[in-house]
Design a protein around this ligand. Sequence first.
Ligand code: MV4
Length: 447
Amino acid sequence: MFGRILIANRGEIALRIIRAARELGVETVCVYSLADADAPWLELADQTVCIGKGPSADSYLRIDRIISAAEMTDAEAIHPGYGFLAENAHFAEVCRDCHIEFIGPSPEAMSRLGDKINCKKLARAAGTPVFPGTDGEIEELEEAVEIASEIGYPVIVKATAGGGGKGMRIAHNVAALRTAVTAAQQEAIASFGNGAVYLEKFLDHARHVEVQVLGDKHGNAVHLYNRDCTSQRRHQKLIEEGPAPGISPEIRDRVCESAAELIRKAEYSGAATVEFLMNEKQEFFMLEVNTRVQVEHPVSEMITGVDIVKESIRVASGDPLSWTQDQITLRGHAIECRINAEDPSKNFMPQPGTIETWQLPGGPGVRLETHVRTGYRIPPNYDSMIGKLIVHGRDRNEAIARMRSALSEMKVAPIATTIPLHQRLLNHHAFVSHDFDINWVERLLEE
Ligand code: MV4
């Protein structure tokens, strides 16, 4: 095991990684920006190193400064958390060149799955269900037109380097498709420096279901079942829950095992998430693979008892996975609500400022992941998430009741948060009967 690791992140995930490291007897070094100089999580780190000014480009994205901080403090490994440099294969490569372990996949495995066309090819070979569409990049416009007429409209054109909805175009007919391909290619070059686009069948009214997986450096991979992350707004997830409701155990196990097989085929180590869309007939189609620990990982931890962050540090140090698939069993149901410092009544306007009231929920099955305390000043530079409220219950109904109760205990002032929106969603009949799709939150907000 490592003696000391560096955490190249901030906020609740930095705190989560500190806790995991401490349990493993591993010392931590936290890098921080001037905007986070008095941040609470830094008090729990064994060492801290300032790496620059508030803007991420001057601090949390500065590979040179992060590597220097690791070398200065003799950190043997770097945990990137999520966001920032977590899915930057160049960063993972620089770490390797500097003989620092990147706590995550090799740069090769990250690139293999990060490129969506390549990922889809690997998925097909692994038996992971994918959308029908072009086998690879669209080389000739006429080839896309031909495939579209075979699979039927609507179709979607996506950039291989894209993500989070960027560079996507939906086409309902051949004329729209011709425009969409050219536009998507140009947008892909401008945004990602890679103009490769591919085509697939467009699925409307879908649910977003993802599979949590873990791989090690010895060719092993396990899945931790799935999560439903359908409740989103503008590609920002609001509520995640697991296991995903409304899926038969047979289909669930088959899809989860195919996700683990994809990770094995990619020789991937660390935590990853294989994202799918699911239709009303419980048919699954892979979207992409996230090659990092995700915000919503606690949902999977609560329903399986696996500590994903500890496990990711263990496998990076070369240990084999400490769990076999048959030791991982489902227990109950978990729901996570992301608490953002945003005002839902003002178009989710970010709310920087000082938190004067911070009253927390508790009780059985209630977990709060947050770096915030009373008097904490939210800097304007970063993501607005100030905490994650996760509840666990013996079934979905108990988890919903616990979440409602926990949300009502929580008091945050004077800044506005997403708590009232969560209360509205958790009380909505569509949520209770899990009868909703990826557009339901935005539709509800328009009412
Ligand atoms: C799709 C799709 C429908 N059909 N692909 C959006 C982000 C990117 N990760 C993939 N996305 C989508 N891909 C096909 N073939 C619909 C979306 C999509 C979406 C997916 C998941 C969660 C929310 C979404 C919101 C709008 C569109």
